[in-house]
Ligand binder design. Structure first.
Ligand code: PEP
Ligand code: MN
Length: 263
């Protein structure tokens, strides 16, 4: 179980050769979606250059609108795997279907269970039956208790490589895309031995707020951040407004340097 009562020491999750949890702060970065070869390579090059230790990118995109870009699917996974190898960055992508476990395992080092699927119990059980590290994002209306119980669905199937991600919740506030609940980070760190990371990109929806909230993630005891970065956010097919460009990513990394895990 994921409770501290069952295990007092912090769980460390191996993501490629990167360790998440147990004291160091990891920065995972990359575009919201893999769009084409040039885009994922350029974006990976930038995040590597400025110190990210992992690469993110969506291939199966659970978009709010059915008319939005839905992702390159397997073709995108192939491109991200190439970029991941080229730049020596383990990679993570979202899994949306329990039947995709084996397919995704061919290409990526970790699964992401997205906010919209936090209580997709078949999906949680399917990733739980693998040993692939899994980043579990908080549902946009999920309580902390529901989040921890969702983590337990994965954990109890035998996959102990679970990382929890606070990505903002839906509140009455509309100025920001979501309300990043950093209470949840500090709270979960007291209640659970699992690593907790923060997604300040979806948590705010606004590029300028990503670095401040990444620094806040350090302050509240998070084990890392996952941020969206794109070589040219202006042309991004999804989440451009919250994606960091090279200059803003580099600036955030400089500000985080004293706290960050070396690449
Ligand atoms: C994403 O990481 O691009 C994403 C869709 O995140 P979330 O599930 O947190 O909305
Ligand atoms: Mn996104």
């Amino acid at each position: 179980q994921v409770s501290r009562e069952m295990q007092s020491h912090d769980t460390q999750v191996k993501f490629g050769d990167v360790t998440i949890g147990g004291g160091s702060f990891a920065v995972i970065a990359g575009p919201c979606a893999i769009e084409n070869r040039d885009q994922i390579f350029k974006s990976a090059e930038i995040v590597k250059k400025h110190g990210a230790v992992g690469l993110r990118g969506g291939a199966f995109k659970p978009r709010t609108s059915p008319y939005s870009f839905q992702g390159l699917e397997e073709e995108g996974l192939k491109l991200m795997q190439e970029a991941s190898k080229e730049y020596g960055l383990p990679c993570v992508t979202e899994i949306v279907d329990p039947a995709h476990v084996e397919l995704l395992e061919k290409y990526v080092d970790a699964f992401q269970v997205g906010a919209r699927n936090m209580q997709n119990f078949k999906l949680l059980k399917a990733v739980g039956q693998s040993q692939t590290p899994t980043l579990l994002k908080r549902g946009m209306s999920a309580t902390i208790e529901e989040l921890l119980l969702a983590a337990e669905y994965i954990y109890n199937e035998g996959n102990h490589n679970v990382v929890i991600c606070e990505r903002g919740i839906r509140t009455f506030e509309r100025a920001t895309r979501n309300t990043l609940d950093l209470n949840a980070v500090a709270y979960i760190k007291t209640k659970s031995h699992l690593p907790v990371i923060v997604d300040p990109s979806h948590g705010t929806g606004i590029r300028e707020l990503v670095a401040p909230m990444a620094k806040a993630a350090v302050a509240c005891g998070a084990d890392g951040v996952i941020v969206e970065a794109h070589y040219d956010p202006q042309v991004a097919l999804s989440d451009g407004a919250q994606s960091l460009d090279e200059a803003s990513f580099a600036k955030m990394m400089r500000e985080l340097t004293p706290f960050v895990q070396a690449a």
